[in-house]
Design a protein. Structure first.
Length: 532
C-alpha cells in the first residue's frame, strides 16, 4: 500500500498535520482463491469483504478511505476506536449469519498512528507506511499494531496487547516491536475454506513415459509418471541417491542431481538447497541457479537439518548433538541439547530429532519419550548456539514453522501440538490415533493456516478438522507451496495435494523411494533413496 492514498472529500479539508490511526486489512490467500475458484467467485468474495468493512468501521467513528480488491484502508481519529473496530471486524468475518456463512478466508490487519498530512486526494505520513508493513506481517485472523497505537490507547476494555519480538521492516531503519491485539472474549475460529467446484473435476492426471516418448493418459500433459529409473525424462536421467528437481508449473523433471549416500532430509535457505546424506555423513549444497551440487563431510550423522539466519543447522538425533555451518559449508561449530532418550533399542530410541527455524530461534526436538526425562523442545540462539528456552512435555520427532507458530509432530504419527513460541507453551494438542509402531519420523507442514501431518500408514491429517487425505502407505516427507501440499512416499510416489480442494491433483510415480521434499526457488526438490 503506497503512502499517498486517496481519501474522501470530508477528510481532505483538514489543514496541516494531525494525529490519525490507520487500519489496513488484507484478505489472506485471495490470489490463490481466485485461481482455485475463478474470477466470479473472487469478485463476490471481495464485494462481501467491502460490505463488512463499510458496515463496521463507521460504528467506531472511522472511515473507509479506499478499497483495492482484497485490501481495505481505513482511518480513525481515535486509536482506541480503531482497535475496537479491528477486533469487531474480525468477529464479524468469522461469524455466520442467517444470510451467509462465515467469511471463508482469514484477514490480516495492521495498525499504526502518527501525524498524517491530508493532501489533495490522500494522506502522507510514515504511520501509513508502517501500518501497511504490519498488515503484511500479520497472519490470517491476526491483528498487529505498533507500540504507538497501544501507547495512545492505553487500557481498552475487552482487549489486551501481547508484545512480539522486534522485526525489521522495509523502509524503516530501527527495528519495530509490534504488539498483537487480542480479544479477551474469544473470537470464533477461523473457518476452513470450502471448494466451489465439484471434486469430480479434480482427477489424477498422468503422463506415462515409454522409452523416450511421451504418451498422454488423459490427453493433456499435466503430470509426470517416471516408471523407469534410468530412462531419459526430457533429457534427464533418474537415479538413486539423488535430488530430483521438478518444475511445478510444467510438471517436468528439469534435473536429477547426484548427492551423497542415504539422502533424506532437505531444506532451503540462504539462497541454496541443502541435503542431509545419512549414509556417508555428508551435507550437499545445491545452487538453485546453476543446479550445481557440492558435498562436504560433517562431524555428526545428519538426521535433520534446517537453513536460515545465515547458517545451516545439522542435527544428530541419536546423540543430541549438531553442528552449525556457514552457508558455503566451510566452517562448523558444534552444539548440543540435553538428551532425554537412550541409545538402546526399544521405545526409548532417539529417532530423528527435528529442527525448525522461526521467531528468531532454532528449535530442536529431543525425540521420543523416555524414563530419563520428559520429551522437550529446545530453543537455541542462532548466533551463540546457547539454550534460550525450552518447552517440556512435547512429544515430537519432527518440527515445522508456519502460520506464526511452531508445529510439533511425533509418536510414529500419533501426536501433534501447536506451540506459541512467545509464551513458550503448547496451545493445542492433537491425538491422531494412527496406532503404528514404526520408528520413522513422518513430517508435518503448514498450509491454509493449519498443520498437515503425514501418517506413515498413508493418511495426511489436516489438524483441527475432521478432514484427511488418503494416499499410500509409507508416507514420509511434506512441504507446502501455499496452494499445494507435496507429500513423498517410500513406496516411490510424490503427491501434489490441493490445499483448498484437499484432493490429489497430480501423482508422480518414481522407481526409487521418495524421502524429503522442499518447495523453494520456483521448484520442487525431492530426495530419492536407493531402491535396492
Amino acid at each position: 500500500m503506497a503512502e499517498d492514498t486517496r481519501s474522501s472529500d470530508a477528510l481532505v479539508s483538514v489543514a496541516g498535520a494531525d494525529i490519525r490511526t490507520f487500519l489496513l486489512a488484507d484478505i489472506r490467500g485471495y490470489t490463490r482463491f481466485t485461481q482455485e475458484h475463478g474470477d466470479d467467485a473472487a469478485s463476490t468474495l471481495a464485494g462481501r469483504f467491502a460490505d463488512l468493512v463499510r458496515d463496521t468501521v463507521p460504528l467506531f467513528e472511522g472511515e473507509l478511505l479506499e478499497l483495492r480488491g482484497d485490501e481495505a484502508l481505513c482511518v480513525f481519529r481515535s486509536a482506541r476506536q480503531a482497535l475496537r473496530a479491528s477486533v469487531d471486524l474480525q468477529r464479524r468475518l468469522r461469524t455466520a449469519t442467517e444470510d451467509a456463512q462465515a467469511f471463508p478466508l482469514g484477514v490480516g490487519m495492521g495498525l499504526d498512528a502518527g501525524e498524517a498530512v491530508a493532501t489533495q486526494g490522500g494522506y502522507r505520513g510514515g504511520s501509513l507506511n508502517l501500518a501497511a508493513r504490519l498488515c503484511s506481517l500479520a497472519g490470517p485472523g491476526q491483528i498487529l499494531a505498533s507500540e504507538t497505537v497501544s501507547g495512545l490507547a492505553g487500557r481498552v476494555d475487552g482487549i489486551r496487547f501481547v508484545p512480539r519480538r522486534a522485526v525489521r521492516v522495509k523502509g524503516i531503519d530501527a527495528p519495530v516491536r509490534p504488539v498483537e491485539v487480542v480479544s479477551e472474549q474469544p473470537l470464533p475460529p477461523l473457518p476452513q475454506p470450502q471448494p466451489t467446484r465439484p471434486d469430480r473435476g479434480w482427477v489424477r492426471r498422468h503422463v506415462i513415459l515409454v522409452g523416450s516418448a511421451f504418451t498422454v493418459a488423459v490427453g493433456v500433459a499435466v503430470g509426470v509418471a517416471v516408471t523407469h529409473g534410468n530412462a531419459p525424462v526430457r533429457g534427464v536421467s533418474i537415479r538413486p541417491d539423488s535430488v530430483m528437481v521438478i518444475d511445478p508449473h510444467t510438471h517436468r523433471v528439469v534435473a536429477d542431481l547426484r548427492v551423497g549416500r542415504g539422502s533424506s532430509a532437505i531444506a532451503a535457505g540462504n539462497d541454496a538447497v541443502y541435503v542431509a546424506n545419512m549414509g556417508d555423513t555428508t551435507i550437499t549444497r545445491i545452487d538453485p541457479k546453476t543446479l550445481r551440487p557440492s558435498t562436504t563431510g560433517v562431524q555428526v550423522t545428519p538426521t535433520d537439518l534446517a537453513a536460515g539466519t545465515g547458517k545451516v543447522f545439522v542435527y544428530d538425533g541419536a546423540t543430541a548433538t549438531g553442528v552449525a555451518l556457514d552457508p558455503l559449508l566451510r566452517t562448523s561449530v558444534r552444539f548440543g541439547v540435553p538428551r532425554h532418550c537412550s541409545l538402546r533399542p526399544g521405545p526409548g530410541l532417539c529417532t530423528g530429532g527435528g529442527l525448525a527455524i522461526g521467531d528468531g530461534r532454532v528449535w530442536v526436538a529431543s525425540g521420543r519419550e523416555d524414563p530419563q526425562g520428559p520429551p522437550t523442545v529446545w530453543g537455541l540462539n542462532p548466533a551463540s548456539l546457547t539454550l534460550e528456552t525450552h518447552i517440556p512435555n512435547v512429544y515430537a520427532e519432527t518440527l515445522a514453522w508456519g502460520a506464526g507458530h511452531l508445529w510439533a509432530y511425533g509418536g510414529g504419527g500419533q501426536h501433534a501440538a501447536v506451540i506459541d513460541t512467545h509464551a513458550n507453551r503448547v496451545v493445542q494438542r492433537f491425538s491422531l490415533n494412527t496406532s503404528t509402531g514404526v520408528l520413522n519420523s513422518p513430517q508435518i507442514t503448514t498450509a491454509d493456516g493449519t498443520g498437515w501431518a503425514v501418517s506413515p500408514l498413508g493418511d495426511v491429517y489436516i489438524l483441527g478438522t475432521d478432514t484427511s487425505v488418503h494416499l499410500s502407505p509409507g508416507l514420509y516427507g511434506a512441504a507446502s507451496s501455499g496452494s499445494s501440499v507435496w507429500v513423498t512416499s517410500g513406496a516411490g510416489y510424490l503427491y501434489q495435494v490441493s490445499a483448498y480442494q484437499r484432493t490429489v491433483t497430480h501423482t508422480y510415480r518414481l522407481r526409487y523411494p521418495a524421502q524429503g521434499v522442499a518447495v523453494a526457488y520456483g521448484k520442487v526438490w525431492v530426495t530419492l533413496g536407493n531402491g535396492a
